[in-house]
Design a protein around this ligand. Structure first.
Ligand SMILES: Cc1cc2nc3c(=O)[nH]c(=O)nc-3n(C[C@H](O)[C@H](O)[C@H](O)COP(=O)(O)O)c2cc1C
Length: 155
């Protein structure tokens, strides 16, 4: 799987006490068009697992090519991932990254058992899309897509 490129996203939520939670995730995928569902997989051992499986909503921030520092921060244990105002309350009041390439705000539709991970299925409630190139994770490193990469239409 290390050779399979994936998007680099930061998932965020807020708990009942107002505390913000977030983690870097490359497991973000679309699931269904009708109803509009997306999924993300979360390690059951992660410090964020309880918050994300008991929340009623969460946000996926898809990072741009120049945001690998944010990806590293939200994958680091024992630090204040929300320091320095990296997020602001955006769609649904959830912590969003203002310069993200895409934001998908979801209500929690279902939590499905997936071995040592939980599969969080979100129903899309609000979206934001910006311009630019995404950050990609492949071969255990962050990579960018250059604008001169040939593009082939898929349909
Ligand atoms: C590029 C990248 C992708 C990741 N994708 C996921 C993922 O899809 N699901 C997941 O549970 N953890 C993923 N992680 C790990 C988490 O970001 C985080 O490091 C882990 O949950 C441990 O955090 P904790 O200190 O909150 O327990 C990824 C880390 C990186 C660097």
């Amino acid at each position: 799987m290390a050779r399979v490129p994936g998007p680099v996203t930061v998932a965020t939520t807020v708990d009942a006490t107002g505390q913000r939670w977030g983690f870097t995730a490359s497991s973000f995928r679309s699931l269904s068009l009708d109803p509009p569902l997306v999924l993300i997989c979360l390690d059951k051992a992660a410090s964020t697992h309880e918050a994300f499986t008991s929340t009623d909503r969460f946000m996926i921030n898809v990072l741009r090519g120049d945001q690998s520092d944010i990806a590293r921060r939200f994958a680091t244990s024992g630090v204040d991932r929300f320091a320095d105002g990296v997020t602001a309350p955006l769609e649904l009041g959830l912590p969003g990254i203002p310069e993200a390439l895409v934001r998908v705000a979801c209500s929690l539709h279902q939590v499905v058992d997936g071995g040592d991970h939980s599969i969080l299925i979100g129903r899309v409630e609000a979206t934001y899309t910006g311009d630019g190139a995404p950050l990609v994770h492949c071969d255990r490193s962050f990579q960018g897509l250059t604008d001169n990469t040939p593009r082939f239409a898929t349909h």
